[in-house]
Write a protein that binds this ligand. Sequence first.
Ligand SMILES: Cc1cc2nc3c(=O)[nH]c(=O)nc-3n(C[C@H](O)[C@H](O)[C@H](O)COP(=O)(O)OP(=O)(O)OC[C@H]3O[C@@H](n4cnc5c(N)ncnc54)[C@H](O)[C@@H]3O)c2cc1C
Length: 547
Amino acid sequence: MAAVAESATPVLIVGGGPVGLAVAVELGWRGVPCLLIEQGDGTIADAKMFATGIRTVEFCRRWGFAEKVKDWGFPRDFPFDNVFVTTLIGHELGRIRLPTLAETRPPACSPEQHAHCPQFVFDPLLAEAARGFPCVTLRYRCRLESFREERDGVVADLHDLATDRHEPVRARYLVACDGFASTVRKTLGFEMSGRPVINRSANIMFRTANLAAIHDKGNAGRYVLIGAQGPWASLVPADGLTRWRLMVHGRADWDADSLDPREAVRRAAGRDFDFDILNVGNWTRRRMVADRYGRGRVFLAGDAVHVMPPNGGLGMNTGVGDAVDLGWKLAALHQGWGGQHLLDSYEAERRSVGVRACDEAVRNLERFSIKADYSHVIEDSAEGAATRAEIGRRLATVNRMAWDNPLNTHLGYRYDDSPICVPDGTPPPEPEDARVYTQTSHPGCRAPHAWLADGRSTLDLFGRNFTLLRFGRNAPDAAPLEAAAAARRMKLDVVMLDEPAIAELYERKLVLVRPDGHVAWRGDALPADALGLVDRVRGARAARVPN
Ligand SMILES: Cc1cc2nc3c(=O)[nH]c(=O)nc-3n(C[C@H](O)[C@H](O)[C@H](O)COP(=O)(O)OP(=O)(O)OC[C@H]3O[C@@H](n4cnc5c(N)ncnc54)[C@H](O)[C@@H]3O)c2cc1C
């Protein structure tokens, strides 16, 4: 086994799943050199993820490829209804009607909309975007074997699996996006707490020429298969043409290897038909969050720190949010204007978001498998019909929270405990319905979207730097804050908006928005200590500034 000379990179990203790739894109977009290593070759056999949430699509808009995520070839007239059935040719219990791509419009609170973009499309789009930045290097078939922390960085032992050579790489920061089994998390000794096994499942990818031709339920975004023991599987379209995924649920003690995949597909259809099995993958449904998200110069993101039931499609979307939060902070440190406490805010902000997503995913799982007496559900009898009507109505009602555009779940997370956001003493909105999202400039929240007169979204104003929005021609002078930012080499864009409806939406005359689009501070006048405010939001000090 040969060794090669040590090389160096500002940021080493371990893991080329969607979250590692998102970190690479975010850093590349900010011009920060980084090296991403992935032990696999980039092939995705099991399309785990389909539901690309609205916030993720907003990030893709900033990165420049939202259109590709929304419109990659999935048929635009394919309905996304959730249909509850005994089999495809059997009884229909209930239905949540959801629009086709052609019918879907962005909600009033966003310039974007959620997308159906499976991982076998989404990951390559991220990789393509990352490769487009000259400062980003992606290396496949390269594994992190170990690392050691030093005072000013990390030295990693990389194993090139193609050549079988080991290479030491020195990095100022290590970002571990190495999934649930994370080597890095284990090396750091961080525990995951929660429920290690909720149940076991199998994903069966199969291909058939025209599934809709063998049944009478019409195309749908999800068929939930219900038997005498309750919901046992769900069937979703992968490409809207020939590829489908059947997800079979077992109990916690189920041996998924005992599953006959062909028999399961036939059982779901209720009849035999021509199809080819493309892949079978077993996985465990968990709900776990790491106790720590980082230490020193090593940070973790994505499934390495939170795993949750896929119900509602929140896992990857939460990980992409981690990537964006970490990305601008690493860039600030790399560019020299980030303060010594800035990276501490990563765990303070993102861990509670991971817990929130896990809790919502578990609620979605409970919605999927509501407690009821299913024993008559497949019977052709009056009792069977009554059972189906009752269960169908309940399933359709509660599952709207998971799949009918739950905007508050995706957009309503906020950074209440952040040391770098400045609270103003007002309570944030607390909607009880996952689908109700109230835009607000409350510190720590996502800054609101509104269309500008020139056709851009307010969200298009944010990203590269901090942005101070001044509302109205008579808005307070921003010069003291500009001077303070310049003194700290923190780039600040000042934007005057003379649009009364947007001023009302933003609630204050001055709103300071971070590079990730979250509100750092708001007020009707600048604080007397503008330098203190700048130092707070760039993570140079933990002290509070007066609002
Ligand atoms: C059935 C199912 C459906 C899902 N559907 C959705 C959905 O619709 N929406 C959603 O948001 N989420 C969904 N999820 C969750 C989503 O798939 C995960 O949250 C997401 O894949 C996590 O991405 P990641 O990059 O953090 O980790 P992973 O995807 O696990 O990637 C980690 C990568 O790190 C690499 N790696 C590990 N160790 C090393 C090492 N030492 N050196 C180099 N490389 C290494 C691995 O090879 C792997 O490629 C679903 C999950 C499942 C199981």
